[in-house]
Design a protein around this ligand. Structure first.
Ligand SMILES: C[S@@+](CC[C@H](N)C(=O)[O-])C[C@H]1O[C@@H](n2cnc3c(N)ncnc32)[C@H](O)[C@@H]1O
Length: 220
């Protein structure tokens, strides 16, 4: 599972069970991670947000709840967007690719992407697009899994999670999840990639014993 078309059809296949499994497999932690991003956006008075790879819209909806502003969610998988559309009418959804965003330059004060960047093979292309659509001083917030340091977490991630995911949904998709996390660069390396696209990293926050990182970058 590597090219864009396969990834698109994988998410289409799991779209109806995606939210349920997210909450189950993370024991509800995913809700807390997204709330943290929304809180940071509110604290910084950011009002014009593009949420890339928004999927079923959980982060867009959470940000909209916090700041009561219109959020633009973009995803290239239409069935994921259909789930988002059923959940909220307060967000604007666009069917588009993160590596060629159908959005004007320098119009957002924040770009978010939650658990999406790992699924985009041309990461640098996507990062360049995020840079392009952000206005000067704007924030980039990337929420992504990291390889858990803890042995029990690793065991859960690699062995148990694919079994539960496979039972309720697609075996391949939930085998792909730990595999893609293992292949994703460690935080220090990914930080450099973000910087190479022109961002200045402000901080990297670590959640749930390092299982998830929030990269906060700025465009100056
Ligand atoms: C793991 S889901 C994350 C969804 C959502 N952000 C969340 O927090 O639950 C990854 C999403 O990335 C989307 N995606 C992957 N590659 C993409 C691309 N090149 N352009 C747009 N969306 C993409 C998939 O369709 C999927 O909805």
């Amino acid at each position: 599972m590597s090219n864009e078309k396969n990834i698109q059809s994988m998410f289409a296949k799991i779209s109806d069970k995606y939210d349920f499994l997210n909450h189950l497999l993370s024991l509800g932690q995913d809700i807390i991670w997204r709330k943290r991003v929304a809180t940071i956006i509110k604290e910084r008075n950011l009002t014009n947000v593009a949420d890339i790879a928004c999927g079923t819209g959980d982060l867009s909806i959470e940000i909209n709840r916090k700041i009561s502003k219109n959020i633009i969610g973009v995803d290239f998988c239409y069935p994921m967007l259909e789930v988002a559309k059923r959940k909220s009418r307060k967000i604007s959804l666009i069917n588009g690719d993160g590596t060629a965003l159908p959005l004007k330059s320098e119009i957002f004060d924040s770009v978010t992407i939650a658990f999406g960047i790992r699924n985009i093979p041309s990461r640098s292309k996507a990062l360049n697009e995020f840079y392009r659509i952000l206005s000067k001083g704007g924030y980039l917030m990337i929420l992504e899994f990291d390889i858990p340091d803890n042995f029990i977490f690793r065991f859960y991630f690699r062995e148990i999670l694919p079994l539960i995911g496979g039972f309720f949904s697609s075996k391949d998709a939930y085998k792909y999840l730990p595999d893609s996390v293992m292949k994703f660069p460690r935080a220090e390396v990914f930080k450099k990639e973000i910087e190479l696209s022109g961002f200045q990293i402000e901080k990297i926050l670590s959640f749930s014993l390092g299982m998830v990182k929030l990269y906060i970058g700025r465009k100056f």
